[in-house]
Design a protein. Structure first.
Ligand SMILES: NC(=O)c1ccc[n+]([C@@H]2O[C@H](COP(=O)([O-])OP(=O)(O)OC[C@H]3O[C@@H](n4cnc5c(N)ncnc54)[C@H](O)[C@@H]3O)[C@@H](O)[C@H]2O)c1
Length: 329
């Protein structure tokens, strides 16, 4: 194979998500993309679908290939530490799908190895590259909703059901990454309710209660739900925001609605009321230019590798997410 015709980023793991990554890479480059999966059926299937894909016979065809500078791991958290170490030891830049690993010490070791070898290490917290999430951040920065009172994030679907990690780590970690991106303050988990339904030791449905300064937040994660739901609700003192990813159009809305209890000092002595005052104004549909989030994320990775700069979701960001979830009550 002509070495000049090989894309500098290769992929290990071509299961469900890895296949989507491979497809996205074919939109970024016209060069050959080398992939490897220990399950040959998976990589061969991908090779059949896309002319650009080359299925490596073994992992060393990627690790020892001098034309390959960056490696993406879309494998499982239980194998990512071992594979990640091999990639960094071979002095290649590393992208690992979230949540990377479950153990903080292992993640710290990967970070230190990447720093020692002067290599880029990025985690796949994809929502930080999503145009709606970025728009919500600017809305929050401009304080358009008033003082934030409460946030609820729901991420539910029927599957993919994981064998190794809890639903709050698999799904809720996305939402922790989003909250960390929105606010500069520390995200503190207060408690996690886990519902183990299909297996004894793995939660299928979970709810994380957390605080960011004075703001209460709830994250609900489930892979045991008949419908796909992905919703962020932000209650402000002046307005309320809803981002519904499953809506075809008008995914992001700001409701000019709020409720408050007037201070008791304002009441006449002979009159008190328990009723809150409710304000109902117009709802605004926020226009956001939609683009391919995964493409944005992969281009960010390749650019940062090329410039040798820290990515937005670098190893330390991912460690912060993992530490937040692995809270000790
Ligand atoms: N960013 C996102 O939105 C997003 C979405 C889905 C999944 N993910 C993450 O992607 C990762 C993979 O998830 P998935 O749903 O694709 O799982 P999957 O089981 O469908 O795919 C994993 C693949 O890795 C391969 N693999 C395992 N060990 C290997 C090894 N040692 N060498 C080579 N290949 C190996 C398996 O054969 C399989 O094909 C998970 O960490 C998951 O959390 C991220």
């Amino acid at each position: 194979m002509n070495m000049h015709n090989i894309h500098k980023t290769a992929l290990i793991g071509t299961g469900y998500w890895g296949s989507i990554i491979a497809k996205t890479l074919t939109k970024i480059t016209k060069k050959k993309i080398i992939v490897f999966d220990k399950n040959k059926q998976n990589s061969n299937l991908l090779k059949k679908k896309f002319k650009q894909i080359v299925a490596a016979k073994n992992i060393n065809e990627i690790l020892l290939n001098k034309s390959i500078e960056n490696i993406i791991l879309a494998t499982h958290p239980s194998i990512n530490f071992k594979l990640g170490k091999e990639v960094l030891k071979k002095k290649k830049n590393l992208f690992v799908e979230k949540p990377i690993v479950t153990n903080q010490n292992k993640l710290l070791k990967l970070i230190k190895l990447s720093e020692k070898n002067n290599k880029i290490f990025m985690g796949g917290y994809i929502y930080l590259y999503n145009s709606f999430i970025r728009k919500i951040k600017t809305i929050l920065n401009k304080k358009q909703l008033g003082q934030i009172k409460f946030i609820e994030i729901q991420r539910k679907n029927l599957g993919p059901i994981r064998n190794e990690i809890d639903s709050h780590l698999d799904l809720g970690s996305h939402d922790i990454s989003i909250l960390k991106y929105f606010f500069k303050k520390k995200v503190v988990v207060k408690n996690i309710v886990k519902r183990n339904i299909l297996k004894k030791n793995i939660s299928d449905i979970s709810s994380i209660n957390l605080k960011i300064g004075q703001i209460n937040c709830e994250i609900i994660s489930s892979w045991l739900n008949p419908t796909k739901e992905r919703k962020i609700l932000i209650i402000g003192s002046k307005k309320m925001l809803v981002f519904d990813e499953m809506e075809k159009t008008n995914k992001l809305k700001i409701f000019n609605k709020y409720a408050f209890y007037p201070p008791l000092t304002k009441f006449k002595k002979d009159y008190t009321s328990n009723s809150a005052r409710i304000y109902l104004g117009k709802t605004k549909k926020i226009k956001v230019k939609e683009n391919d989030t995964l493409r944005n994320e992969l281009i960010h990775f390749e650019k940062k590798c090329f410039k040798n700069q820290e990515p937005l979701t670098n190893g330390r960001f991912c460690l912060d997410v993992l530490k937040t979830i692995n809270y000790k009550s």
